[in-house]
Design a binder for this molecule. Structure first.
Ligand SMILES: [Zn+2]
Length: 70
């Protein structure tokens, strides 16, 4: 089962934390921050019923470094 998002939708979406573009991880059904802003963000957002949930509270950190940055 894979998620399909319209290209135009992906293009207008941005990470709510660092405003970087988002990349679709179809297998994981998540939108992952591309971290283009270079802020070591790397959050990934869940997609529920085809709707991206772009909430920082719902996001999980993509990198397993465990380094927390407030
Ligand atoms: Zn981000």
């Amino acid at each position: 089962m894979s998620v399909k998002l319209d290209t135009w939708l992906l293009e207008i979406l941005a990470c709510p934390q660092c405003r970087s573009p988002l990349r679709l991880e179809e297998a994981a059904e998540r939108l992952v921050c591309t971290d283009e802003a270079g802020q070591d963000c790397g959050l990934s957002y869940p997609i529920r019923d085809g709707i991206p949930v772009l909430l920082i509270e719902e996001a999980s950190k993509g990198s397993p470094s465990g380094e927390e940055r407030a």
